[in-house]
Ligand binder design. Structure first.
Ligand code: GTP
Length: 353
């Protein structure tokens, strides 16, 4: 089961017009990376726990299912079920035959799902949680571990300085069907706040350490960082643009259909989506440009996210860290202060200082 029906409030305004699972990571939707990893691990079926709007977007964008059989389980209208409620709702689809895997759909992670499942089977756990180590655990679910990796306590977002360890919930679990009986029906339930602490008390919540790349794309800075890390891990320049005299500075990912104007400098860490049009003397680094966007002549972007079909006019001065949502339009010569955000379809014709 992939949990994918959240509202991604921390990624607004980019998430006003797309669910987090469809955010492109190096020009491929996050959901497609997840499907690929599942298929490569021998998983053959996935249930997407979504709300009606997320289901609509996923059906419209048709990310490749990579051979998986995919079904939707939809939260009731205007009644989001949280992170455990959707599991209870999907009980008839999942069935009671065997343990099953649950993933937070907003995590990009190199997790060995077979190893997680094997650990679960070996330890007679009710729930087995993938754990990764982070510098600052205070924004995550943090665990206190016994020597045998049994989780003694699970605390969601503890106050800074009071975290029992640096090991956090990596957003991937194996659950035994008995867990269905712990989840109340027909209401929002948080697996982190209501269910994991309860299972920890029974001594049957087990941790499984994972290495490898692990990225939560919760906030815009993390989203940019995720693209950078993935680009580094792919470790080559993905490019074949309709190029003129533009300079490409690796690592970059430029979709083959991209049009690049003369004397533009693209990279390092520029990710340019399908059908993007880039004018002359444009410089783009450490930025992500979603598909169908247009960047006119003499624009410099650094640390910027440009949404789908957004347009940036000639000589606009876009400060670092700006977020320009889908279909927004920044007119010629407009200056935008660093860190400004523009809502979807908004036209900006005056400076934002
Ligand atoms: P923020 O609003 O920015 O915190 O994001 P979020 O609520 O979308 O994400 P969060 O990290 O809190 O949730 C973890 C995962 O559970 C994400 O993959 C969400 O899509 C998913 N999720 C959260 N709430 C719900 C819900 O009410 N229903 C469903 N089906 N999935 C949910």
């Amino acid at each position: 089961m992939i949990l994918a029906g959240g509202f991604a409030t921390r990624l607004r305004p980019l998430s006003c017009s797309r669910p987090k699972t469809l955010f492109p990571l190096v020009n491929k939707p996050l959901l497609q990376w997840t499907f690929e990893r599942l298929a490569n691990s021998g998983v053959d079926e996935a249930i997407l726990a979504v709300n009606a709007l997320t289901q609509f977007y996923i059906r419209q964008q048709k990310p490749s299912k990579c051979g998986l059989k995919v079904r939707f389980s939809i939260d009731p209208p205007k009644k989001p079920l949280g992170t455990a409620g959707p599991i209870k709702k999907a009980e008839p689809l999942i069935g009671h035959d065997e343990p099953f895997l649950v993933l937070n759909g907003d995590i990009f992670a190199d997790i060995d799902y077979q190893n997680l499942l094997n650990t679960h089977k070996k330890t007679n756990a009710l729930a087995t949680m993938a754990l990764c180590r982070v510098e600052d655990p205070s924004c995550f679910g943090v665990v206190e571990l016994c020597e045998d990796d049994c989780i003694k306590r699970f605390i969601e977002k503890p106050p800074k300085g009071q975290e029992p360890s640096n090991f956090i919930n990596a957003g991937a679990y194996v659950l035994s069907p008995e867990v269905f009986d712990l989840i109340p029906e027909n209401r929002a339930v948080s697996i982190e706040r209501e269910i994991f602490p309860q299972i920890a008390e029974t001594g049957r919540l087990v941790g499984c350490h994972v290495d490898g790349l692990w990225i939560d794309i919760g906030k815009p800075v993390e989203y940019l960082e995720a693209n950078k890390l993935i680009l580094d891990s792919v470790a080559h320049t993905i490019t074949n643009p309709q190029q003129t005299s533009a300079q490409i500075r690796s690592p970059v990912a430029i979709d083959p259909g991209v049009v690049l104007g003369e004397n533009s400098i693209i990279g390092p860490y520029a990710i340019i989506g399908q059908n993007v049009k880039i004018g002359k003397n444009v410089t783009i680094s450490h930025s992500v440009v979603f598909s169908d966007a247009e960047i006119a002549d003499d624009v410099t972007l650094s640390g910027v996210i440009v949404g789908e079909s957004a347009r940036i006019g000639r000589h606009a001065d876009i400060g670092s860290g700006c977020i320009i949502a889908d279909q927004a339009k920044i007119n010629e010569n407009v200056s935008m202060r660093a860190g400004s955000t523009v809502c979807p379809a908004k036209e900006i014709s005056q400076n934002i200082l």
